[in-house]
Design a binder for this molecule. Structure first.
Ligand code: NDP
Length: 255
């Protein structure tokens, strides 16, 4: 029996949708029929991303948004909800910082925790408020990380790791809380994905060797491979799955 994921008539809001994993999600959800709103801070990158989506036949728009600002998150998601509704929320906005913990300062802590944890929390809260008001349920997919499960090496990034563990627990807590409203909440925990975030590490032969040696499949993940899992979690194909943290890491966390 042929099975096709069809998101026609669904509206997806994707933070961090201007590049990397978020943009790959926008392409795939859009190709499945959803209209997509991508959000990020850089207007220039957002406009380029919307052009690439439109050229691929996706109904797409960009909104400028800094997820660390509660005011901006509230305003932007309210506007999006009133214009198109929000059926699917993908939280991909995130930042990684590597530094030995004894040198971590308030600036690093605030940047990482406010973007990865607070930003994801705020978008989940506002997204859920609108989904509940719309009365037709919804799907939230948070991008966590294997860094929320294991302590990466050789780079030290304790604050990032803890922020991603927080995203995983937030996902489970919200899945439990919002289930009665028909909102499923899941997370994806990718290993190393080829994006701007990992460019420096992959260009460092020492780091790249360690990362790849520790990955049974012996290669990094492409953003589209994460997007396929997001599409699954955003669609009816995962209709009885909630509170799951789906690891996509080429086997990294097996060892
Ligand atoms: P990129 O750096 O390629 O993209 C990050 C995206 O997040 C951009 O669109 C960026 O846009 C946006 N963003 C960053 N800060 C903010 C902010 N304050 N407000 C709004 N948007 C913001 O990273 P990836 O695509 O690789 O990462 C996406 C997610 O996946 C992150 O949560 C990351 O932690 C996670 N992840 C990545 C892995 C990897 O190996 N790449 C592995 C595991 C998890 P702008 O800067 O214009 O705001």
């Amino acid at each position: 029996m042929a099975y096709e994921i069809d998101l026609s008539g669904r509206a997806a809001f994707i933070t961090g949708g201007t590049r990397g994993i978020g943009l790959a999600c926008a392409h795939l959800l859009g190709q499945a029929g959803a209209s997509v709103t991508i959000a990020g801070r850089s207007v220039q990158e957002g406009e380029v991303a919307v052009r690439s989506l439109t050229q691929a036949g996706v109904s797409a728009q960009f909104v400028a948004l800094d997820v660390t600002s509660e005011e901006q998150v509230c305003e932007t998601l309210a506007r999006s909800a009133s214009e198109s509704g929000i059926d699917i929320l993908v939280n991909s906005a995130g930042v990684a910082r590597h530094r030995d913990t004894t040198n971590v300062d308030a600036e690093l802590w605030n940047t990482v925790v406010d973007t990865n944890f607070k930003g994801t929390f705020l978008c989940c809260r506002e997204g859920a408020r609108h989904m509940i008001a719309q009365g037709r349920g919804g799907a939230i997919v948070n991008i966590g990380s294997i860094s929320g499960i294991i302590a990466n090496v050789p780079q030290n990034q304790a604050v990032y790791n803890a922020s991603k563990a927080a995203v995983h627990m937030l996902t489970k807590s919200l899945a439990s809380e919002f289930a009665a409203s028909g909102i499923r909440v899941n997370a994806i925990a990718p290993g190393y994905v080829r994006t701007d975030m990992t460019k420096g590490g992959l260009e460092n032969p020492v780091w790249a060797k360690i990362w790849l040696d520790m990955t049974p499949m012996g290669r990094v993940c492409e953003p589209e491979e994460v997007a396929q899992a997001v599409l699954f979690m955003a669609s009816k194909a995962s209709s009885y799955i909630t509170g799951e943290v789906l690891t996509i890491d080429g086997g990294y966390t097996l060892r």
